[in-house]
Design a protein around this ligand. Structure first.
Ligand code: ARG
Ligand code: ZN
Length: 849
């Protein structure tokens, strides 16, 4: 059943208060609910009461103390208006559920002996009958009865005794923010005093033995709390803030009020078990969930179409935070790499949808890169357009005006209009039009006047053949041919389909640096000779565009290798060498410049050029580029490795991480020259997981490392989060013709616990991410992934549907591959009892044929 944004109506009833009692038992948990209801004045007249509920066994139901027999169906219950008093009334229900049988990991479920919940978006209806929609907000009181030692819910603890605990959340919230945890857990604790003097107890709850891996997450939490006070003026609003780490979790983490629940891989870290990337992700996700307390919880969404209201804004805030904590330039480059890899890919295929979708079947399928990442970029553009001061005024007004509301994108934009006086009606197209705009540039130089003429267009996307021109902030700087900057960054505000901007008073024709900082999520289609790209890589003062010039050069080279059999160009090799050995540049930045474009990214680019990408050729070209670079950089790499290995005591700081990244990049290139000799030494002497996994990757990439793989498995066999890396790495680096077979070998292992989403993703998801392996002409990559999706779907539809996006790029390939992929999608769609989640995804992907 399709739900439409246009059909929104307020609910018939309001919930003033909720009291819940949980009698926990793995096979038969009882949930007693008391809902204090009242007719909603916004919906005059008498209405039946419709409550959502799925997979519940109703034991008792009473209205105002009188037993009633509601009409039950698959998705809820209905009480006729005749059975309801005219004014406010109490509804009491008792239901039975079986958390241990809940493999979908949505609602109340069990993970390694502990109870936990995941309610966003529509999981609460699997716990009890309720008005499970975000615009119904209520105050919750919770009593938990269980013999387990730690019993947690939202809000503040009010009382507890032997076998029970009570919690009270003073802040009205929608049901998707409800959470409950019960288990044998240990806390890593700290405290925090807010700017206005509230003392907050902070706890990170983990399984016994993991307490010593929480320090970094706690430090990140404290820095997040301080940052939100300093930058946004937002304080925490309860006496406790709890975080729980869970091993079985469908996504990254969840911002339940006062009780964030995390995938354990985004909490637990020690130098021996976590890579530098893990540390950076933990910092970002801890911040993200904490920031939701204001952008998501205090101000929530009216309906799920407004998801980007909280997610786009919260991603934007976590990006700002990470940029403040680390090198902002390096973070920005990494954000854009991820945006192109995930969101541009989505926007160019059959799953493209607007940042605010207008219809959906299964909302879980819309927690996408478009809603999150593009949603964040749209806010970044808004900030560029109105300026830092305008942004600050608008956000202050947003918190002031909408605290306690379930708000909409219209509310959000109105706040900007009111605070800055700007008309945002055209800007709003960013929320309703799908697809990535292409931006073309023409240059003109005459009589000392330099003119840039931009043309924008957006390709058709499903359901949207025509697009109107959008507002695009284009940050531009101009350089002199000698490398000096003659025009520092200015913002050109493009509003038309075609628009020119003039620069006067220049002594010589400048070299333009366009779209600095990636000021808009668009594809800049501008051909430039290699000399110009190399010039910008050497001289641009904008660090993003400096990197981007090198990236564009590398892509030009790879495209020429794939499409014209050209050799790797010397201009590119020289330009990269200059950066790699420039000790004046940040090592993290140099490491990024040594990273070659990903194969899937290259396929996307070649497709956008109107050609059909050949995964096998892209794979060989990328290999050949790495080989040529290894030769060009030569012995200097050995020296680089030595200089960067300073023997300092481990710190997860961005500064040290950058040095490690550059050293490992050099080591990987060296492995192409020495057959992995130095990498094997580095593996043996590794003092951190970053080095251990980095050295192992360098070995596997040159066909070595069998012995080291075994050493790794023997050492880490007992640690699921570390072993996930072991599985994923092998598949990432498997030869294209061997990836599917390797998957079959790995999935036959006893420790391939396919019901655990992390393990499933690190094997099946990793095969799907091995571009040349997944798209291998044998069709085995497609088949193995489809087999596993069909196996997982009946147990965990949400994760199956998520991993199925592996197929979203199928329309870009040749007829033979299209036929193979299409056949697998059809096979999925024809499966009996397919979940609604996977059905929607497979259907949308097939519609592109
Ligand atoms: N709100 C959570 C976050 O972004 C993610 C929830 C994902 N839910 C889902 N059904 N996919 O922090
Ligand atoms: Zn979020």
């Amino acid at each position: 059943k399709t739900i439409h944004l246009a059909d929104y109506q307020p609910f018939t009833h309001l919930v003033e208060r909720v009291e819940l009692t949980f009698r926990l038992a793995p096979g038969a948990t009882r949930v007693l609910a008391q809902l204090h209801l009242a007719p909603n004045p916004a919906r005059p007249g008498r209405h039946p009461l419709r409550l959502d509920g799925e997979g519940l066994r109703l034991v008792a139901c009473a209205v105002a103390g009188q037993a009633v027999a509601p009409a039950l169906d698959d998705s809820g219950l209905t009480i006729a208006p005749e059975d309801l008093p005219e004014g406010p009334f109490l509804l009491e229900t008792e239901v039975e559920i079986a958390p241990e049988a809940n493999t979908a990991l949505e609602g109340l479920y069990m993970s390694k002996g502990m109870y936990c919940t995941q309610c966003e978006a529509e999981g609460f209806r699997k716990i009890t009958y309720y008005l499970d929609r975000p615009d119904v907000m209520s105050r919750f009181r919770v009593r938990i009865e269980s013999d387990l030692p730690v019993l947690l819910s939202n809000g503040n603890p009010t009382a507890n005794g032997q076998g029970w605990a009570e919690w009270d959340d003073p802040w009205p919230k929608p049901a998707y923010l409800f959470a409950l945890v019960a288990g044998d857990l240990r806390a890593h604790s700290a405290d925090f005093t807010t700017a206005s003097g509230r003392k907050v107890a902070l706890n990170i709850w983990v399984r016994p033995g993991d307490e010593d891996r929480c320090a970094y997450a706690m430090d990140s939490l404290i820095r997040s709390m301080r940052w939100d006070e300093e930058v946004y003026g937002r304080e925490y609003d309860l006496d406790v803030f709890n975080i729980v780490a869970v091993d079985d979790f469908n996504m990254g983490a969840m911002e339940n009020k006062g009780l964030n629940i995390f995938n354990s891989r985004y909490v637990l870290a020690s130098p021996e078990t976590a890579t530098d990337d893990d540390y950076a992700r933990i910092e970002a996700i801890i911040a993200h969930e904490y920031f939701h307390n204001w952008t998501g919880n205090r101000i929530t969404c009216r309906d799920w179409f407004q998801l980007c209201l909280k997610e786009g804004l919260t991603v934007f805030r976590d990006h700002q935070f990470s940029g403040d904590m680390r090198s902002a330039a390096v973070r920005r480059i990494e954000e854009v790499v991820a945006l192109r890899a995930r969101q541009f890919r989505e926007d160019a295929g059959p799953l493209a949808h607007p940042v605010r979708p207008e219809s959906f079947v299964e909302i879980n399928n819309f927690y996408t890169a478009t809603v999150y990442e593009k949603g964040s970029e749209v806010i970044a553009m808004l900030k560029t357009l109105v300026g830092d001061q305008g942004y600050k005024r608008a956000l202050d007004l947003y918190f002031d005006r909408h605290d306690g509301d379930a708000a909409t994108i219209e509310d959000w934009l109105n706040v900007f209009e009111d605070a800055t006086g700007r008309d945002l009606s055209q800007f709003k197209l960013w929320y309703s039009q799908a697809g990535t705009p292409r931006l073309q540039v023409a240059e003109d130089w005459q009589d000392g006047v330099y003119t840039l003429t931009f043309t924008q267009s957006t390709p058709p996307t499903p359901g949207q053949p025509e697009k109107a021109p959008r507002v695009i902030p284009i940050n531009v700087g101009l350089l002199n041919p000698n490398g000096d900057e003659v025009v520092p960054t200015i913002m050109l505000e493009m509003t038309q389909e075609r628009q020119s901007f003039r620069f006067q008073g220049l002594a010589a024709r400048p070299v333009p640096s366009i779209l600095r900082g990636f000021s808009a999520p668009v594809v800049l289609e501008r051909e430039a000779p290699p000399e110009e790209r190399a010039f910008l890589l050497a001289h641009d003062t904008d660090p993003f565009n400096k990197w981007e010039a090198g990236r564009a050069l590398a892509k030009d080279v790879m495209a020429a290798m794939v499409l014209q059999d050209a050799p790797p160009s010397p201009a590119w090799l020289d330009a990269v060498a200059a950066v790699a050995f420039d000790g004046g540049l940040d090592p993290a930045f140099r490491a990024l410049c040594l990273r070659l474009p990903a194969e899937d990214d290259m396929a996307q680019t070649i497709h956008a050029m109107g050609r059909i990408p050949d995964p096998a050729r892209i794979h060989s070209a990328r290999r050949a580029m790495a080989g040529a670079l290894a030769i060009r950089l030569g012995e200097g790499l050995v020296q680089l490795c030595r200089d960067l290995d300073d023997g300092a005591e481990f710190s997860p700081s961005a500064e040290q991480a950058g040095r490690r990244a550059l050293r490992l990049a050099a080591l990987a290139l060296l492995a192409r020259r020495d057959g992995g000799k130095l990498a094997a030494e580095a593996f043996a002497g590794a003092r951190s997981m970053t080095e251990e996994i980095g050295a192992l990757a360098a070995l596997l990439d040159v066909g070595q490392g069998a012995a080291e793989l075994q050493v790794f498995a023997d050492r880490w066999g007992g640690d699921a989060n570390v072993m996930d890396k072991w599985f994923a790495l092998q598949l990432a680096l498997a030869e294209p013709g061997e990836a599917a077979e390797l998957t079959e070998r790995l999935t036959a292992r006893a420790d391939f616990d396919w019901k655990n989403p992390n393990r499933f993703r690190s094997v099946v998801g990793a095969l799907a991410a091995n571009h040349a392996g997944f798209h291998h002409l044998s069709g085995r990559g497609y088949r193995v992934v489809a087999d596993w999706l069909l196996k997982l779907d009946p147990l965990n539809p949400q994760t199956a549907a998520r991993v199925s996006t592996a197929f979203e790029t199928w329309p870009r390939y040749d007829a033979a591959r299209r036929k193979l992929a299409q056949a697998e999608l059809e096979r999925i769609l024809a499966a009996p009892d397919l979940s609604g989640d996977l059905r929607e995804m497979a259907g949308r992907m097939l519609a592109a044929g």
